[in-house]
Design a protein around this ligand. Structure first.
Ligand code: AMP
Ligand code: TRP
Length: 327
């Protein structure tokens, strides 16, 4: 069986972008692959180093959300990055062979620098090294593929470059992992039309109750030039229509056509979407609550996951140390 690794940062609870862009794919793939689903709490430190208590509680919530969304902890290993120390050892070794220029060019690094308003003084070594740690997460499992959202593709490119460089220097150890992107949900739009993201405050969370989802969708951007019901809408750029397509792939077309012809208003569109999304999220909300009500069981899942992960990672590090003459 081929091996897959993926991860998310516990910087908060998950939103529909995480669910549709990445997590749904993981759930589908767990049947056919040996899956490792990592909660990358060390990565979260790159931006939340002064709020470590939040990382730890959010990691448990993310674990509950993975399982509530359909990941089976018996089938795939769910664990915290910080529980598997080999990620850190490989990170150190890979950092020695990764040129600085590769890291400075990574688009997410540039974005974070700008979004967080960081100047040279407050830029940390860890933030620049983020992609090296991510490469270690993947390579330490010698994973063949990584299911992620489209925004992570540049990180995978650098992972492949690092693997190639390692193999060139020390012999063939790592496969070059490819990205598996769910094209139908490559980028889930947020309520304001930008990419759904926690940092834009435009997200619908798996933890939102039905009323919160309703309020949020009522406030979503539609078509700016559609003021009256009879004005034509532009479904391609309307957040509500886009989410409708994602959550109602069989039936959305009629509503899109009516929107285009000015035969339906945004309020009707929003009301219908609220019902569709709430119906889809309800089972997940119930399961999430149950899991969080039993923290001991959740911890057990995470311990078992880490144990299985360590079996693979310790083997990889034995190979790596030997290849690098670290005897
Ligand atoms: P993040 O929350 O940015 O750490 O992302 C975790 C995972 O969710 C990654 O695989 C992302 O590619 C995916 N993801 C995050 N936001 C979105 C979005 N708006 N649309 C699609 N995928 C997303
Ligand atoms: N960078 C990823 C994100 O922000 C999180 C991540 C860290 C990851 N390590 C990984 C994703 C390994 C896939 C594989 O979403």
């Amino acid at each position: 069986m081929e091996r897959l690794l993926s991860g998310m940062q516990p910087t908060g609870v998950l939103h529909l972008g995480n669910l549709e862009g990445a997590l749904r794919n993981w759930v589908r793939l767990q049947k056919d692959y040996e899956m490792f689903c990592c909660i990358v709490d060390w990565h979260a430190l790159t931006t939340m180093y002064n709020r470590t208590d939040e990382i730890s509680s959010s990691a448990r919530e993310v674990a509950a959300e993975y399982i509530a969304a359909g990941l089976d902890p018996e089938k795939c290993s769910i664990f915290l990055q910080s529980h598997v120390k080999e990620h850190a050892e490989l990170h150190l070794l890979l950092s020695m062979i990764t040129p600085l220029g590769w890291l400075e060019r990574v688009p997410t690094y540039k974005e974070k620098r700008e979004n967080l308003g960081l100047n040279e003084e407050s830029l940390s070594y860890g933030l620049l090294g983020y992609p090296v740690l991510m490469a270690s997460d993947i390579l330490v499992y010698r994973a063949q593929a990584v299911p992620v959202g489209k925004d992570q593709v540049p990180h995978l490119e650098i992972t492949r470059e690092i693997a190639r460089r390692f193999n060139f220097l020390y012999g063939d150890v790592f496969p070059e992992p490819k990205a598996i992107v769910n094209e139908s949900a490559a980028v889930v739009p947020g309520l304001d039309g930008r990419k759904m993201s926690k940092s834009y405050d435009n997200a619908i969370y798996l933890s939102d109750d039905a009323d919160t989802v309703a309020k949020k969708i009522m406030s979503a951007f539609t078509t700016e030039t559609k003021i009256r019901k009879s004005d034509p809408g532009i479904p391609e750029t309307c957040v509500v229509c886009q989410l409708r397509k994602l959550y109602d792939p069989e039936g959305y077309q009629t509503s899109w056509e009516e929107d285009r012809r000015g035969e339906r208003g945004c309020v009707q569109n929003k009301r219908e979407l609220i019902d569709i999304i709430n119906a889809s999220l309800e089972p997940l909300r119930i399961k999430r609550k149950e899991l969080l009500a039993d923290p001991a069981q959740l911890e057990k899942y995470l311990e078992d996951g880490a144990e299985r992960a360590r079996q693979v990672t310790s083997e990889t590090l034995t190979i790596v140390r030997k290849a690098m003459n670290l005897r």
